[in-house]
Design a binder for this molecule. Structure first.
Ligand SMILES: [Zn+2]
Length: 301
């Protein structure tokens, strides 16, 4: 299944890279929600007679791989497929509306999974969107994520899959790490950390402190030592605020360890230079090594 997926992903290599402004932070989503006029979604008229999408179509639109490690990768914005019967979103009245694909993130995540399997001899969980963000944005609350019934079905499938992965990881290992993989073009050489300024990794901070993220053996600390530019810088005061556009969206806000799901969740916004022209292969290997070191240091029994 994964090999077939990789073959499918190679088709995307023909598409020129796009620059994404990333995801609006969750606190902005909440505040902007209050500004959305009640008529904003008047154009979305679900047809109750419309047949639901068959299971095989859902599986084509969202890749879900069950894992054997307490690691979950979510990749919501790297897809290119249309959703049958869905209209392209218009985003009327939304100040944080985005339809741009996070180019190469699907390829990068798939390569990261393979490298993690090699290094840890186990499989991470993978929930990977193959649908185009024009039709659905799963990193938004439902009322701002879709504008057609079939996209709603895919939205619920994606989130059911992430929720189930979190619950199974929690049940088996009691703790785990969810990485929500994105791309941004504003800081093309950098990787931005998004934890809602520590909220979505509360358990990790309580157990291990900031060293688990920014220390010598921390997830981002390792990457910075390998020469990656990390924002905020790992040597900065731990109270340094995360960059507002990339501090974490709906997915990490929903499943982080500040919630009942109890899984430490981090939005990872990878700069364009670290993804384009095949550079994503090296970035994937380095990210996998950082995750493997983190797993052995902080998630092993
Ligand atoms: Zn994104």
């Amino acid at each position: 299944m994964r090999i077939a997926g990789i073959r499918a992903l190679t088709l995307a290599l023909m598409v020129p890279p796009l620059i994404s402004r990333g995801d609006a932070p969750f606190h902005n989503l909440v505040s902007s929600e209050n500004r959305v006029p009640s008529t904003a979604f008047a154009h979305f008229q679900p047809d109750p007679a419309e047949p639901p999408l068959p299971p095989e179509t859902l599986r084509e639109l969202v890749t879900v791989e069950h894992g054997t490690l307490p690691i979950i990768l979510s990749v919501p914005h790297g897809g290119t497929l249309p959703i049958p019967q869905a209209v392209e979103r218009q985003g009327r009245g939304l100040s944080d509306f985005q339809t741009v694909r996070d180019a190469w993130t699907a390829e990068l995540a798939a390569a990261c999974v393979i490298e993690l399997e090699r290094q840890l001899r186990g499989k991470p969980w993978l929930i990977l969107a193959r649908f185009d963000r024009k039709f659905l944005d799963v990193n938004r609350p439902a009322e701002r994520a879709y504008e057609s019934r079939s996209a709603k079905v895919v939205y619920e499938y994606y989130h059911r899959s992430v929720a189930a992965a979190c619950q199974q990881v929690r049940r088996r290992w009691h703790c785990g790490l969810l990485l929500d993989i994105h791309g941004q073009g504003e800081y093309p050489e950098a990787i931005c950390r998004g934890t809602l300024n520590g909220r979505t990794v509360r358990r990790l901070l309580d157990c291990h402190g900031w060293a688990a993220l920014v220390g010598k053996h921390g997830l981002f600390g390792y990457l910075q030592r390998q020469g990656y530019k990390i924002l905020p810088d790992c040597l900065a005061d731990v109270k340094t605020r995360e960059i507002s556009n990339y501090q974490g969206g709906y997915i990490v806000a929903t499943y982080g360890s500040h919630t009942d799901y109890g899984i430490d969740a981090i939005q990872v916004e990878i700069g364009l230079r670290l993804r384009e022209q095949g550079r994503w292969r090296q970035t994937a290997r380095d990210l996998a090594t950082a995750i493997a070191l983190y797993t052995e240091e902080f998630l092993s029994p």
